[in-house]
Write a protein that binds this ligand. Structure first.
Ligand code: SAH
Ligand code: SF4
Length: 397
């Protein structure tokens, strides 16, 4: 069953005027805003903490609900700031329970509103939210649908965090709603894991991803441990160790091939940062242990990277890294020439990797009927070319 709800509503996201969105700001930035609104220095820290809790722990969408903040300050906040989330354009529910939201962002500096996708994947013992970090992608991995959409722009920290807030809104995960719900999982939450595996390359939007992860993992905020957040990269080597130090999530690497020749074809970034450099950055990733492994993602492409020799090479490549392997059956999209490996081939591949001592689950494709599976995400947002940008900048109003 695919349900498409058209929920485009009047909850216009930050469209209202020239107000500053508070979502995604660091506590220090919240304090600065409070200072400009005349809050005395000795009160700024306490007020910023209150705001933080209302935003992320309670999920309120209006200043009126912030009952422990004085009315005159709430009024000033409402006049100068906003709590708007991106608009939900559509919500699709797959026949396997996967949900996909198409979100419309607040207008950019040219007044254009772009769109991104976010996916929720419920499983027996966990619920994973897959969030996007960019509209489109600069990289052009040949098997990836997102890679056919040029980079339109980076998401702001607020737009990244908002994807979690919106999912919690729709799933009913805020404390007040959870208290009334009858189907809450034993973990006490619907979203137990967040993966930066949606649209875009997170390490090309480093600072905003860092800020967003801070808000998602903060104990007074959304409070999801960094061990339950995974950042996936196609291999931006110079940023990998820094990501471990400054962002500190679990790491996934989109490896997908065992020779530079094949990887160059699949992940063109490999020409810049070949496999050996990538694996060295992985060995240097801080905090690795058998309990804290890197996940290597490997998309199964028929006749391209799925031979027994590939499986054996993969095992050799990973031999010095605490690793697990995630085999992803290729998810087709309109216009692609690739095909998914046969099931027997995938099983044989998994067995070789498994026998070498690596956990190598095959990722069950989820939400394929609504184009929500890995690598299928894409939005209609188009980048302006230079001529269009100039024309827009020159036009009055
Ligand atoms: N840009 C980051 C984050 C995206 S994660 C990265 O590439 O790691 C999405 C995962 O799905 C990546 O491992 C990506 O390589 C993989 N993927 C892309 N297209 C796919 C497809 N059509 N079928 C299966 N997996 C795909
Ligand atoms: Fe971009 Fe990742 Fe898709 Fe490659 S696989 S095009 S890096 S989103």
């Amino acid at each position: 069953m695919t349900v498409v709800l058209d929920t485009l509503s009047s909850r216009a996201a930050g469209v209202a005027g020239n107000t500053t969105s508070l979502i995604g700001l660091e506590r220090g930035e919240l304090r600065q805003i409070l200072a400009t609104l005349g809050v005395a220095e000795r009160q700024q820290r306490m007020r910023a903490n209150q705001l933080w809790r209302w935003l992320y722990n309670r999920g309120v969408s209006s200043f009126d609900e912030m009952t422990d903040i004085a009315k005159d300050l709430r009024e000033k906040l409402a006049k100068n700031c906003d709590l708007a989330r991106p608009e939900i354009v559509t919500e699709q529910v797959s026949n396997d329970g996967t949900r996909k939201w198409l979100l419309r962002l607040a207008p950019d500096e040219f007044g254009r509103q772009h769109e991104v996708e976010t996916v929720y994947i419920p499983e027996q013992d966990r619920g994973t939210l897959c969030i996007s970090s960019q509209v489109g992608c600069t990289l052009t991995c040949t098997f990836c649908h997102t890679g056919t959409q040029r980079l339109v722009r980076n998401l702001t920290a607020g737009e990244i965090v908002s994807q979690v807030l919106i999912a919690r809104d729709r799933l009913g995960e805020w404390p007040a709603r959870l208290a009334e719900a009858t189907d809450v999982p034993a973990s006490g939450r619907y979203i137990t894991n967040v993966v930066l595996m949606g649209m875009g390359e997170p390490l090309y939007n480093f600072d905003n991803v860092r800020k967003a992860v801070d808000a998602i993992s903060d104990g007074d905020g959304l409070s999801l441990s960094k061990r339950r957040i995974t950042l996936s990269t196609s291999g931006v080597v110079p940023e990998i160790v820094r990501a471990g130090e400054e962002i500190g999530t679990m790491l996934a690497i989109s490896l997908h091939a065992t020779t530079d020749e094949i990887r160059n074809r699949l992940v063109p970034l490999n020409k810049k940062y070949p496999i050996e450099q990538l694996l060295q950055a992985c060995r240097d990733y801080p905090g690795l242990s058998n309990a804290r492994r890197i996940t290597f993602e490997y998309v199964m492409l028929k006749g391209v990277n799925d031979s027994v020799a590939d499986a054996k090479r993969l095992v050799r490549l990973l031999s010095s890294i605490p690793a697990k392997v995630n085999l992803i059956p290729f998810n087709p999209w309109p216009g692609t020439d690739f095909e998914c490996s046969d099931w027997d081939t995938i099983e044989k591949f998994a067995e070789i990797v498994n026998r070498a001592g690596y956990s190598s689950p095959v990722r069950t494709p989820r939400g394929r009927d609504i184009m929500a599976a890995c690598g299928q995400l894409k939005s209609a947002s188009e980048r302006l070319n230079v001529k269009q940008r100039r024309a827009l900048e020159a036009s009055p109003g």
